[in-house]
Design a protein around this ligand. Structure first.
Ligand code: DLL
Length: 431
């Protein structure tokens, strides 16, 4: 299926974005007291948005704004028009609540269908949807997209790994949708049951909802002998289906006719140059129930507007999420993203893709210990081999981060597995 809007020239796309922006800003202003206040404080009206650039004068909305208006304060339509409510639980405080009208659900179905189609899913596929159904948006988002595309969907939700594997065989599933860490866990469980995941019927996975590296992609593609594609989204914007890799695996196409992206310096909130890393800020251009102007995602990405060399789509592409502004660890003055550590670990032979980063404070000094599982064979080998591996990991992480870290090699299957978002960092500094 081809969606023409993904191939618009930049001028036409911008004209469409501006038209939608003016409408959504007027809607938010008329219906959401918070946004009325925002405009009043600026002494401005939504009609003053004469260009996309004018948007940058509006302060960002973030999780905190949503929490302050918990639960329904950011809704822009009466309850009779609300058809679905989701919430995402952060690590602290109240959950953030988002809602959908009937039209919003149609948009969600469309952008998710576009995401599935973008990496080659068709109505011939059987999709095993192992994202959680519930207040998490992963399950239902993929579900609606599959219905729209006409693919068969198996709404199994997350967890019940043996049953997942059984049904995968029985139903000859061709597409798996789940978090990258869960796909690795499933492969491991398959092997422990004497099954070879490389011989499964899966041809591709649509994986997201948590950060993962190119090294992790290679591990997953090799484990299942399938293609693994990155999908990005967040509850506040719509759920999954904000951006998606095509078969070229060269950045995620962001559906900019519905989501207007900016990439800004997380401190100054000033735009960064195209191609430079910054925080992704998104304005929802069509969402009726909970429209957000300049939502600060906290996700660090870069963006390009160059047409895709692989598929020719002109929609902007964002990079992998390199970290979150609130994931960044500052250890002895050095900024560290967990993804940097994963990048090193997946390059080193002998380690398994299961690790955890422990952050602790001793006296006035912060330090990190990286625990990583080691291939079974190493544990049966000489101790000297293990020591050499440990040294190598310590050196390579030290080189990348610029500070020394502790490394502890642990036996296979000792680090907790996750069926949803993996917990990579355990920070005991404030405990
Ligand atoms: O995770 C929505 C989703 C479901 C996306 C299924 C993809 C697949 P939240 O629970 O609100 O929504 O979490 C959103 O997860 O701000 C990112 O930090 C992170 N995230 C989502 N996708 C990716 C990805 C869903 N592909 C938060 N890579 C976002 C890295 C991701 N991080």
């Amino acid at each position: 299926m081809k969606y023409e809007v993904e191939y618009l020239d930049r001028e036409t796309l911008q004209a469409l974005q501006l038209e939608r922006l003016r409408k959504i800003a007027a809607h938010a202003y008329a219906r959401v007291p918070h946004y009325r206040e925002v405009f009043e404080d600026l002494g401005a009206q939504p009609e003053d948005l004469k260009s996309l650039h004018d948007l940058t004068g509006i302060p960002v909305t973030d999780k905190e704004t949503l929490r302050q208006h918990y639960p329904y304060g950011m809704f822009a339509v009466p309850m009779a028009e609300i058809k679905e409510i989701h919430a995402s639980s952060g690590t602290t405080g109240k959950p953030t609540v988002v809602a959908y009208t009937h039209t919003d659900l149609q948009v969600w179905s469309e952008v998710m269908a576009r995401s599935l189609a973008c990496c080659g899913v068709t109505d011939e596929d059987v999709i095993q949807n192992a994202y959680g159904y519930g207040l998490f948006t992963g399950g239902l988002g993929v579900h609606y997209g599959a219905l729209e595309l006409g693919a068969a969907i198996v709404p199994i939700s997350a967890g019940g790994t043996r049953r997942q594997l059984q049904l995968m065989q029985d139903f000859a599933t061709t597409v798996i949708t789940c978090t990258p860490s869960y796909s690795i866990y499933m492969a491991e469980e398959a092997r422990s049951l004497g099954l070879d995941p490389r011989r499964s019927s899966l041809r591709l996975g649509i994986l997201g909802a948590e950060p993962w590296s190119e090294g992790m992609r290679r591990e997953i593609e090799a484990a299942w002998e399938m293609k693994a594609y990155n999908i990005y989204g967040l509850s506040e914007i719509i759920g999954p289906g904000v951006a998606q890799e095509c078969t070229g695996q060269c950045g995620m196409h962001l559906w900019a006719d519905h989501f207007l992206p900016e990439v800004v310096d997380p401190e100054t909130l000033k735009p960064v140059e195209e191609g430079e890393d910054g925080m992704l800020v998104i304005t929802t251009l069509s969402k009726q129930a909970t429209p957000f102007l300049r939502y600060a995602t906290k996700d660090i990405v870069s963006i390009t507007h160059e047409p895709c060399p692989a598929c020719g789509r002109t929609s902007p592409r964002i990079s992998r999420v390199k970290g979150r502004t609130d994931d960044m660890l500052i250890i002895r003055g050095v900024n560290i993203f967990p993804s940097q550590i994963e990048g090193v670990l997946t390059e080193i032979e002998g380690t398994e893709p299961h690790y955890q980063i422990l952050v602790k404070r001793e006296g006035a000094l912060d330090s990190i210990d990286v625990q990583v599982e080691v291939d079974e064979r190493y544990f049966s080998d000489e101790i000297r081999q293990l020591e050499a591996l440990e040294r190598r990991i310590r050196n390579e992480i030290g080189n990348v981060l610029g500070i020394g870290v502790g490394v502890k090699l642990v036996e296979p299957r000792t680090i907790a597995r996750s069926e949803g978002k993996a917990k990579r960092v355990v920070d005991t500094r404030d405990m």
